[in-house]
Design a binder for this molecule. Structure first.
Ligand SMILES: [Zn+2]
Length: 123
């Protein structure tokens, strides 16, 4: 009988039987996929967490500054804001760029100050 030299992708045990098998058992197959796709959903969970935190920071500051005051960007950073995570951007009246995290967004007023806006459903 020909020796099968294939190894299980998960536990590296030698696989017996059909040569197209990648795993020695169903248990190894599901463990392997859990690790693979588990990592991917961890990544998505992390990004979602950052976006939710950004949104919370924006909405809190928006509530505190209903008058439409400008806020130093450093204040957002202090709270853990990440400018590289946002859901969408919108260009308004020419050069004004609004950056949103879900329904709250901001735009720059000068170099280090932002104004926070709330997106309405009609927009
Ligand atoms: Zn295995």
């Amino acid at each position: 009988m020909q020796e099968n030299l294939k190894q299980c992708l998960h536990c590296t045990k030698k696989i017996t039987g059909r040569t197209d098998k990648k795993f020695c058992s169903n248990h190894c197959r599901s463990s392997y996929h859990n690790i693979l796709y588990g990592d991917r959903s961890n990544y998505m969970r992390r990004v979602n967490g950052l976006l939710m935190r950004n949104r919370k920071i924006l909405s809190d500051l928006f509530e505190l500054n209903r008058s439409g005051a400008t806020i130093p960007l450093s204040e957002l950073y202090l709270k853990g804001f990440s400018t590289s995570h946002f859901t969408h951007q919108q260009k308004k009246s020419g050069s004004l760029l609004l950056t949103y995290c879900y329904d709250y967004g901001y735009h720059f007023i000068g170099k280090d100050t932002v104004k926070i806006v709330q997106q309405f459903n009609s927009e």
